[in-house]
Design a protein around this ligand. Sequence first.
Ligand code: PEP
Length: 277
Amino acid sequence: MTPLLAGAVFTARQACSDGQVKKKRGADMIVAANWKMNPALDQAAVLATALASQPFFEIKRILFVPHPYLVPMSVRLTGAPLQIGGQDCHFADHGAYTGDVSAGMLRDCGASTVLLGHSERRSAHGESSDLVAQKIKAALAQNLDVVLCVGETKAERDDKKAEQVVIDQLQASIPDNTPPTRLTIAYEPVWAIGTGAVASPDDIGAMHHIIASVLSERFGAGALPPILYGGSVNAENAGSIFAVPLVGGALVGGASLDADAFAAICTAAQLASRNEG
Ligand code: PEP
C-alpha cells in the first residue's frame, strides 16, 4: 500500500489558492450520463432527442450508452453538442474475447470517450486497477478520452481506509505517460451509487483534495484533469455538490434516464461554471 502523504493535501490546497484549479473547473464543467444497461432502444431514442434539444453550450455533456446503442445514438445525435462514450473496453485490439469490445470498435461506432473502472465493473467483473490501467492504455492508443472511476466501499470508509483506497486506485489505474488532457476522474463512493445516499459536501471536498493532490504530483498543479463526483446526484442536490471546491461536474446514473432531471443537473453545472469562470 502506498502511504498517505499529508504533504500531498497541501499541494492540492496550493493548486486551489493560486486560482489555476478554479479557472480550469469553470472552463470544463462536465455532466456525464451513465445509462448502464438501460433503457429500451425506443426509449433511448426519445431520451437522446430530448437531450439534443437542450441548450447547454457552456458545459460538456457525455452520454455513456450501452454498446449496441453507440451507432444509433451517434447517428441521432449528429451535430448535437453531446459526446458519446462506451461503458467499458477490452485491453486488446482484437482476438478471441467473446462478448468483449475493443477501444477501436467503440471509436469506429462513434464513441469519443470511454468509462473505465466503474465500481460495477470492479465488483461484478472482478476488474483490478492493473486491468483498468491496461484498458486505459488501449483507449488512449485509439484516441479515446477516458473517464476513470475510483471510490471506496462502505466497509472501507467505516474502517477509515477510504482515502488510501482511492489513492491506491488512482496510482495503479493511471498508466505512465497518460496525457492529463485526455483523462477525467470520477470519484464515486460505492455506497452512494444508486442508493440515494449522497456523500456530504465536506467528505466530497476532502476526497477531491486528496485526488487533486495525487493528480498534481503526477501531472503538475497546472494540468489537473477534471474531477467529477458521482453517487445519487439528482436535480435537488446537484447545486450543492457543484458548489464544493474542485468538483468539476458529475457522473450521473439513475437521474440521467430522465431528460428533465438531467437538464436540471446540467443547469446547475452551467450556473456553477458561470460563477467560477
Ligand atoms: C453511476 O452509476 O455511476 C452512478 C453514479 O449512479 P447513480 O447516479 O444512480 O448513483
